[in-house]
Design a binder for this molecule. Structure first.
Ligand SMILES: [Zn+2]
Length: 347
């Protein structure tokens, strides 16, 4: 079969690799029809992941079940399915505590096994990992796929940032970061009852997308204090909750500076070279700080149902669609910041 193949030198193409096979009785094989490119796929593409070898990429996909292992009970060949970005067994302590993202036996496609930007993928623990879609696969148009694929990772991650920040009815929320996760955090905060959400970011086009979803926006540059700019622009507005959706030092500093005394900060940008946070920095302002990988599987049924009902439409996050053969251009455009999020039509 054909699979993406990245060597860590900003070069990606399609390689012929062996077909995946059922290895455990709880596995299924999915024929992938659509796969999205995640901002985190750019790390191995750029060669910035320590120890990363050349290999296949991607962890956001939907397709149709083509083979099932003997112990699979809830899925059959022909079922259209979407996957969260990690597989999970549904049985360990983490899964029982609603954190499938920390599953003892779980993993991330493209890191703990083959990537999903490929014609086929093996899905471990299929019954507890996959979510069945109510359509035949040929009824899933690129337009439907665009609305569904953001739910697999970025939307779940942004939404979880608002959960971690403890957003509740009437809150004033700031989101640091205007990428797909930051925009998703803004939508998540509004769904959780926030009265006002202000997205801080550098990119006017992305801020415009956030505004279309009902957020207020503030354009900031990396060189200035986002907190001071926000206080000046919004008349000393008190910010109850902050979602940090970047994972860089400046974004953490802005998040901790902008939140009011006694407020809370959720962080879902994977921290890259962020300095340790001194306990006094939290103690002095009586802050709560919580972070972690989003348990996308916990939310996925609800998000898919809301999308099917017409109550949620995150398709604006995928602003470019490419044929599988054009994967190099999809990555190049995302790496250059020309594309917010790319979708590949695999078959
Ligand atoms: Zn588990």
């Amino acid at each position: 079969m054909r699979s993406s193949w990245a060597d860590g030198t900003r070069s990606i193409g399609i390689a012929e690799v062996g077909d995946p096979e059922i290895e455990q009785s709880t596995d299924v094989i999915v024929d992938v029809h659509f796969a999205a490119v995640c901002g985190s796929d750019l790390w191995p593409y750029r060669g910035l992941l320590p120890g990363h070898r050349a290999g296949s990429t991607g962890h956001e996909f939907l397709g149709v079940v083509s083979e099932v292992g003997g112990a699979v009970t809830g899925l059959a060949p022909g079922d259209a399915v979407i996957a969260p970005f990690m597989y999970s067994d549904g049985a360990c302590s983490a899964c029982r505590h609603d954190l499938p993202s920390q599953c003892e036996h779980g993993g991330l496609w493209g890191r703990d096994g083959a990537g999903a930007q490929a014609e086929r993928i093996r899905v471990p623990y299929a019954d507890t990992t996959l979510v069945k879609l109510p359509w035949a696969i040929d009824e899933i148009t690129p337009e439907r796929a665009r609305a569904l694929l953001p739910l697999a990772d970025v939307f779940a991650t942004g939404y979880h940032g608002a959960v971690l920040a403890g957003v509740g009815p009437g809150d004033v929320v700031a989101v640091v970061g205007d990428g797909a996760v930051g925009i998703s955090a803004a939508v998540g905060a509004l769904m959780q009852g926030a009265a006002r959400v202000i997205v801080l970011g550098e990119n006017p086009e992305r801020l415009a997308v956030a505004a279309r979803f009902g957020a207020e926006t503030l354009r900031v540059s990396r060189e200035e204090s986002g907190a001071e700019r926000l206080r000046a622009a919004f008349d000393d507005l008190e910010v109850d909750r902050v979602v940090e959706a970047v994972g860089m030092q400046g974004a953490f500093d802005t998040a901790l500076d902008v939140v009011r005394v006694g407020g809370s900060v959720g962080f879902v940008g994977v921290p890259h070279a962020v300095e340790p946070i001194a306990p006094m920095r939290l103690f002095g302002k009586a802050l709560q700080l919580a972070g972690g990988t989003a348990p996308a599987r916990r939310y996925l049924d609800e998000f898919v149902a809301a999308t099917i009902a017409g109550d949620l439409d995150m398709s604006a996050l995928i602003d470019h669609t490419y044929a599988f053969d054009d994967i190099a251009e999809a990555y190049r455009a995302m790496d250059a910041g020309e594309t917010l999020k790319a979708m590949l039509v695999i078959r």
